[in-house]
Write a protein that binds this ligand. Structure first.
Ligand code: FAD
Ligand code: DLZ
Ligand code: SF4
Length: 510
């Protein structure tokens, strides 16, 4: 009988059709799963995120055993725990006599490199839980001057056939965002994402996380997330029937005390492998075909998954391991404590960060136009911003978090992803949310007493980066507006913006 091979299954690879499992033989090989401190501490993850992953791992190990696999599972609290994924593999190799490891490519460069450094024969499989392979993305990117998502998305629509009528997009347009920019109103009847009661396995994990990571930023309980494939599928059905029909119109809206609105909260389950992007899109396309979901909502949602999600992964692997360290705008200010829950008078930031602390969730526009926009305007070091997003959200894995943060949100990749920086004054937040109504600052005040910091910092940002952005055709109008302002007004805006940043960095509550 030949020695077993070790089949590595990581905490975000919890799919029965994982390529590493397909490449292995349950009669010969053993699965290795390990809860390790190195993965739990390489950034200070939100306790809910750690609990989600450990509970889902423990449930998945049971499913594998029921399917006939031998699983060598290392729990975090075990005395023999070797502390890291490579060290656990080496220890298991020693125990079993294995010389070979079968793995599915991890979603972070640091772990890919660590596996490649192992003194064992590594059979690295592609992660084919995505719709586009590395080869397909590279072929699409080859020779293009700019890698805009929109063109990749059209290729993906044609290739998958989602919402297509022959060669043409359903409804005659690729994109219905002109119908999708509505501010939301309070609706007591609006459904919420499905909640799940923790079982004994999850309760045990919650106690462990409380004991070991209780001091990390974030609230652990009540914990109500899906932790198995079966639960995640119920959450998907609930989303499609109850929330998706109005997903499109309210996609960009923000309301105080309404963290989810019509968003899916499905990214955590998708990113750890409990749901596949294809089954999610199939469910959405079928509901549309049945007449239950309007086209603008179905298209808006499918674009996020087959477009943005796949595109972000493509960029992460195309750009290489140094991508998270890029800092094209040369921003070096330290991330202020308000991101870790310190008091702020800015209602929008207080709401987005408070909700992040309580739920480890914020929807896309909160991440992009509140916390991301503020960090960019304030000139925060993008590496620190990246670590924050990687730590605090349930769905954060570097392949998707880094392109969103470094590229889309902070323009730190110099424009690989975004054609212009996502910056805005208070105007956008006032239009798309009700945050400004209860704020200490005034969204309509541009200067002086009560002026919203976003208004001051917006102009200061544009002025600071004039050399880079003034020639951008999409920004010429904005610079023309700035130049038309009286010189003394411009000087006062810059002065007040500078004062604000100085006070913030000195630790004052701003
Ligand atoms: P919905 O709004 O309901 O969208 C549906 C699905 O579309 C999501 O579940 C997700 O799978 C996909 N999706 C939507 N937008 C994006 C996008 N820009 N990139 C990739 N997939 C997308 N998403 C992550 O999954 N992990 C991250 O770590 C992450 N970090 C982000 C950091 C910043 C600075 C920004 C601006 C965005 C980030 N996003 C990230 C993208 C997006 O905010 C989340 O995917 C979304 O909020 C997840 O919540 P939801 O399931 O309710 O999404
Ligand atoms: C995020 C995470 C955490 C907190 N803990 C573990 C763990 O104990 N064991 C494990 O296999 N994976 C964990 N993960 C997910 C990994 O960090 C993830 O697989 C890598 O970042 C690669 O995507
Ligand atoms: Fe945010 Fe400014 Fe509106 Fe206050 S006034 S909520 S700081 S945008």
């Amino acid at each position: 009988m030949s020695a077993p091979r070790l089949v590595l299954v990581l905490g975000d690879q919890l799919s029965m059709d994982l390529s590493a499992l397909r490449a292995a033989d349950p009669a010969r090989d053993v699965v290795v799963m390990a809860e390790v401190m190195s993965e739990a501490t390489y950034v200070p993850h939100h306790p809910r995120k750690i609990a989600l992953i450990l509970s889902a791992m423990r449930h998945f190990a049971e499913t594998l055993r029921a399917a006939g696999w031998q699983v060598l599972y290392r729990r975090l609290e075990e005395a023999e725990n070797a502390g890291s994924i490579p060290a656990e593999l080496l220890a298991r190799a020693e125990d079993t006599g294995a010389q070979e490891v079968i793995a599915t490519e991890p979603g972070e460069w640091r772990l890919i490199e660590a596996l490649q450094d192992l003194p064992l024969t590594l059979h690295m499989q592609q992660d084919d839980r995505f719709l586009a392979s590395h080869a397909e993305f590279e072929a699409w990117a080859e020779g293009r001057k700019s890698l805009r998502m929109e063109y990749f998305y059209r290729q993906m629509r044609r290739r998958t056939g989602y919402l297509m009528e022959g060669e043409a997009p359903a409804g005659g347009k690729w994109n219905f965002d002109d119908q999708n920019r509505k501010p939301a109103t309070r609706d007591l009847l609006r459904a919420r994402p499905m909640q799940f009661t923790p079982d004994a396995i999850t309760e045990e994990v919650l106690s462990l996380v409380e004991a070991r990571f209780g001091d990390n930023f974030g609230t652990l309980r009540p914990f109500d997330l899906p932790v198995t494939q079966e639960q995640a599928r119920r959450a998907l059905t609930h989303f499609v029937t109850r929330l998706l029909p109005d997903f499109g119109p309210y996609q960009d809206a923000m309301l105080a005390g309404e963290p989810h609105l019509n968003h899916a909260l499905l990214s955590p389950a998708m990113n750890i492998g409990l749901l596949s992007p294809r089954e999610v899109c199939d469910a959405v396309a079928e509901a549309h075909a049945a007449g239950d979901v309007p086209l603008n909502s179905a298209e808006g949602f499918i674009r996020q998954v087959i477009g943005w999600r796949e595109y972000m992964r493509g960029i992460y692997f195309l750009e290489g391991p140094d991508y998270p360290r890029r800092n094209a705008l040369n921003h070096h200010r330290a991330l202020p404590p308000l991101y870790w829950g310190a008091k702020t008078h800015m209602a929008c930031l207080s709401e987005a960060v408070g909700q992040t602390r309580d739920l480890a969730y914020a929807h896309h526009i909160q991440r992009l136009m509140v916390t991301g926009n503020f960090a960019l305007l304030a000139g925060i070091n993008p590496g620190e911003v990246h670590e924050w997003y990687l730590s605090v959200y349930l769905d954060a894995v570097e392949w998707v978090e880094a392109p969103n943060t470094i590229g889309m949100s902070q323009f730190a990749d110099g424009g690989v992803i975004a054609s212009k920086p996502y910056v805005s004054s208070a105007n956008y937040i006032a239009k798309m949310s009700d945050y400004c109504e209860g704020c200490h600052y005034s969204a309509t005040t541009k200067l002086g007493e009560g002026a919203c910091p976003f208004n001051l910092l917006y102009w200061a940002f544009l002025d600071r980066h004039r050399d880079r952005f003034a020639a951008n055709p999409r920004m010429g109008q904005i610079y023309a507006t700035w130049d038309r302002m009286a010189a003394d007004k411009r000087a006062r805006i810059l002065q007040e913006a500078g004062d604000f940043l100085t006070r913030m960095s000195a630790g004052e509550t701003v």
